[in-house]
Design a protein around this ligand. Structure first.
Ligand code: FPP
Length: 247
């Protein structure tokens, strides 16, 4: 076993048992900004910077898939100013950061229904998904206009169409088939889900995929989440037993 004693904290990570897939609900940008008497969009900017660092950290630690909840189907209800600020950050992200990430062997995938996003954003997403498709270091899945129920609804619609066309019998629908019709088809389920900022809810994130995941909740606000926080979460995960319902 190869253990890594980190410089940043005392959490000893077993590098051979790092989760393959980590999913993160990045929460607390607004509170981070409020504490500093800054506008909410400054919190999202700091959150985007934290994400950039965590992507590199996940790759360095050997994580294979990272899924982050960047914009939910509910987030459209926020003020137009805040939605615009997040979309502008996303534009910058796609333009600058992923050009950089491509060099770092990082692949991009977006989950969620991207059709509601502005056309230029949709175009950049498709371009970067294509440009990065052969990268193998880390696969980053960004959830945009994503809701777990909406994802299931879209999957069921596709399966129902196959039944309607006579290509599939309703009684032959398997769990595997459902997984294969989700936005995360071919992605292993996350072993570890992290939520920052002290909230302990799932908020419609990856509802199907988290059936056997471990959860790590931390009071740290997302912009403050760093390598040490990530290692703490992985340490916590490694010290839990996963039984998948068996004994
Ligand atoms: C939750 O904090 C955060 C969001 C809804 C947006 C997440 C966005 C980012 C991390 C940055 C943008 C990243 C990309 C890729 C565009 P909150 O606003 O709910 O915080 P609060 O609960 O403290 O108000």
């Amino acid at each position: 076993m190869f253990f890594q004693q980190t410089e940043t904290n005392n959490y000893e990570i077993d590098m051979e048992r790092v989760p393959q897939h980590i999913a993160i609900i990045m929460d607390g940008n607004g509170r981070w900004a409020k504490k500093r008497f800054l506008p909410r969009k400054a919190g999202h900017k700091a959150g985007a910077e934290a994400l950039e660092r965590i992507i590199e950290d996940c790759r360095d630690l050997g994580v294979k898939h990272l899924t982050v909840y960047a914009f939910s189907t509910e987030n459209w209800k926020r003020s137009q100013e805040e939605v615009d600020a997040i979309m502008d950050l996303l534009r910058q992200y796609l333009k600058n950061y992923f050009k950089k990430f491509l060099k770092d062997d990082i692949r991009l995938n977006v989950i969620g229904d991207i059709h509601r996003l502005d056309q230029d954003i949709q175009d950049s997403i498709l371009e970067i998904e294509d440009l990065s498709k052969d990268k193998t270091g880390l696969f980053v899945h960004i959830a945009l206009n994503y809701g777990g129920r909406d994802e299931l609804r879209r999957a069921i619609t596709k399966i129902a169409a196959e039944v309607e066309q006579g290509n599939l019998k309703a009684e032959d629908i398997t769990e595997e088939m459902i997984s294969d019709h989700l936005d995360t088809a071919n992605v292993p389920d996350p072993e570890l889900v992290i939520r920052t900022s002290g909230e302990e809810r799932i908020s419609n994130f990856l509802l199907w995929q988290i059936a056997y995941s471990e959860f790590f909740f931390t009071d740290t606000l997302w912009p403050d989440f760093n390598r040490a926080s990530l290692e703490e979460a992985i340490y916590y995960y490694q010290n839990r037993e996963r039984r998948f319902g068996g004994r």
